[in-house]
Design a protein around this ligand. Sequence first.
Ligand SMILES: [Zn+2]
Length: 154
Amino acid sequence: MEEQHDACPICNQISLWRKGENSYFIHEFKNSIFVVGNHQFHKGYSLVFLKNHVRELHELPQPVQAELFHELMIAAGAIAATFQPWKLNYACYGNVVPHIHWHIIPRYESDPDRLQNPWVHSSEFDKHLINQRAAQDLADRIRQQLHMLLGRRA
Ligand SMILES: [Zn+2]
C-alpha cells in the first residue's frame, strides 16, 4: 500500500527517488529509505524516511514498528562506521513535516556544544547546505559501509 501526499516534502523526496532523481539517496530498506541530510552542519547528518505517509509511530502495525527500528539501527551503524562519531543522536518529531522520519545526527568531541541538543545552532544549518554532487559522494561512502555491515550480518 502506497500512500503519498502531494504537499508533503518527504513524499516529494520519495517520489524523486522512485524516478531515480534523488541525489541524497543512500539505500532502500523494506519500509524506508535512508538519505543524506541536505545540510552537513553535523558531519554525517542523515535521515530515514518511512516510505508511506503516516503521521505517528504508534499508528504503524507492530511488525512495521519493529522492522523500521531495525532499519534505523542498520543506517545508524553505517553512519557510525563511516564517520566514527563520539555519539549518535536520534530524533523523531514530525511537528514541521508530519510524515514519520528519523534524524540521525553524529556528534563529535571537537564540538564544544556536544552536550546540547543538536538544534542549538539550527540558524546556521543553511550555511552548510550541500550540493547534489557532494550528497552523492557522501551517499557513496555511507553505502559502502552499509554494504559491509549487511554482508557481515548475512
Ligand atoms: Zn509524506
